[in-house]
Design a protein around this ligand. Structure first.
Ligand SMILES: CCCCCCCCCCCCCC(=O)SCCNC(=O)CCNC(=O)[C@H](O)C(C)(C)COP(=O)(O)OP(=O)(O)OC[C@H]1O[C@@H](n2cnc3c(N)ncnc32)[C@H](O)[C@@H]1OP(=O)(O)O
Length: 224
């Protein structure tokens, strides 16, 4: 299990220029697909128009599929310490369902993101699915642990839903609370304009292999 995961931490030696080129190429594709996901939910096009649109989509699938990778994206590094987790379900640059765009980090260690959660993230009518809130919190609490120099796997995530979270603009933030051995304790919340909707505490545990990997970096790697 551990070994198979480590195999997906790959130093691929791409130049910064090549990474920038890939971002410029694939980022807009991800954005288009994200819009398509929402359109699949919202379109009122009739059956003929849907059939016509599907022909275009089939053509796009053929073009995009003729040269492709198999399997998960994993985490890829280069010499200058840039790392890409572009398949990540919460924040991956090439993952059209990932709701988090830009991540911010304040000087005091607070990590936050402002996110627009559209109708594809619905749980209770008009409101955010509880699992989506947990996804955001798992990611942002994990990032707060990692950016403070204590990366780890989620051991325990405790989530308290204080009030419903309306779809639309939400703010997510987290901060390292304390560290005990290989365990980082992080707190955070999801808020709407009226205040906190969901709060969480996470325990992020660095497995031994991750501690060794971490120690091989002079600085905490920054994600793309
Ligand atoms: C450099 C690198 C790059 C950075 C990349 C960052 C990637 C981040 C990715 C983030 C992605 C997003 C997030 C995701 O999606 S992460 C995906 C969801 N999480 C997982 O799949 C984790 C699966 N579980 C495991 O891998 C292991 O069980 C872990 C690693 C958690 C512990 O296994 P390990 O064998 O290491 O543990 P140990 O037995 O030596 O115990 C050590 C200490 O921990 C205490 N304990 C044990 N279990 C738990 C628990 N569940 N809650 C609370 N505490 C627990 C234990 O009592 C002991 O405490 P103490 O006696 O010392 O006080």
């Amino acid at each position: 299990m551990t070994d198979s995961m480590l195999e997906l931490y790959v130093h691929d030696g791409l130049s910064d220029e090549e990474i920038d080129r890939q971002k410029a190429t694939y980022g807009p594709l991800t954005k288009d697909v994200r819009e398509l996901i929402q359109l699949a939910l919202q379109t009122r096009a009739d059956a003929d128009d849907v059939a016509r649109a599907r022909e275009h989509l089939a053509a796009a699938r053929e073009i995009l599929g003729c040269d492709r990778e198999d399997g998960p994206y994993g985490t890829r590094f280069n010499d200058s310490g840039r790392f890409r987790n572009w398949g990540n379900a919460a924040i991956g640059l090439r993952n059209a369902i990932a709701p988090i765009g830009e991540l911010h980090e304040d000087a005091d260690g607070r990590v936050w993101a402002d996110i627009h959660l559209g109708p594809i993230y619905e749980g209770p009518a008009g409101h955010v699915h509880g699992g989506v809130s947990a996804l955001l919190l798992d990611q942002i609490l994990g990032d707060a642990a990692r950016l403070s120099g204590h990366p780890g796997m989620t051991g325990t995530l405790t989530v308290r839903y204080r009030k419903r979270t309306p779809l639309g603009a939400v703010h997510v933030e987290a901060k390292l609370d304390r560290v005990e051995g290989r365990k980082a304790f992080v707190v955070g919340h999801v808020a709407d304009a009226e205040g906190i909707c969901v709060e969480a505490e996470g325990i992020f545990i660095a497995p031994v292999w991750m501690v060794e990997q971490r120690d091989s970096f002079a600085e905490t790697p920054r994600p793309e």
